[in-house]
Design a protein around this ligand. Sequence first.
Ligand SMILES: [Zn+2]
Ligand SMILES: [Zn+2]
Length: 276
Amino acid sequence: MLWLRDYTDKIREHLKIGDAKSLTYAALEARLALEHVCYDRLRIAHKYISNDDLRTWRPHYVVRAVMEMVDTNIASEWTLSIGSVHGDNPTEYLKLGTQKGFDPKYVSQLWQAMSSFLHCELPKNATSAIEHYKAENKLRPKIEEVLNELDRLAEGTVVASMVFQQVSFDCVCGQRNSRSTAVLKLNDIFNCIKEGCKEQYRVEKMGEEFLFERHLIPVSCYNCGDANGLPYRQVCELDKGSEGWKFDCRKCGKENVFMWKLKQFKRNDKDDASLL
Ligand SMILES: [Zn+2]
Ligand SMILES: [Zn+2]
């Protein structure tokens, strides 16, 4: 991960100057570097996961999500080697590269420490000053700890998502989606990987075969009562101030419109709510 040297060089320059202002800039570079390390593991897994499947952008969570949904070894250390001669049982191997592993929890602690340095100090009372930078003796040790971790990670020569068995299907938008069978679970719901597509799929299983069912909400047609399946996310993310969403019933062809409506409820003795 040679690109990490750009960050570590800048961090070293700021550490060399050593005043609180420079150390704060070092903390910023260190924080960015930690984020870059984590997001890089997401980038290489993006064929198998949508950003919409991430509940937050926090770096360690992103790594955890990739571990759960794509490759459990995305943050592990391994070396990739190839047999030096063609055949089933080569006796010598050529080393192609090593992925450096890291503990997402430890990276998270470092990232939070760096983040805490990037805020002004809250005043304790009406007369206390608002400190612009943290004290140098607080900043330096933790930044040096991050630098050690970044130097170690920079020695990695390869990063890759190891998906050995996958299953694929085409979304209704036309995008081919693939998922690693090693981590797929029955009833998992995930998003199409195409940016902007709101389609979701539920994992079903028939014997050993995985199937993907569109995640839909049944909406009954006002005219014929037929249950039309509408994309779950598109319904849930319908703008509350909009004029509604229209669809033509698949059975009778009548136009249906629906929208969010605020309703008032009254609590009764059993603490149930009844519609007014
Ligand atoms: Zn799609
Ligand atoms: Zn109808």
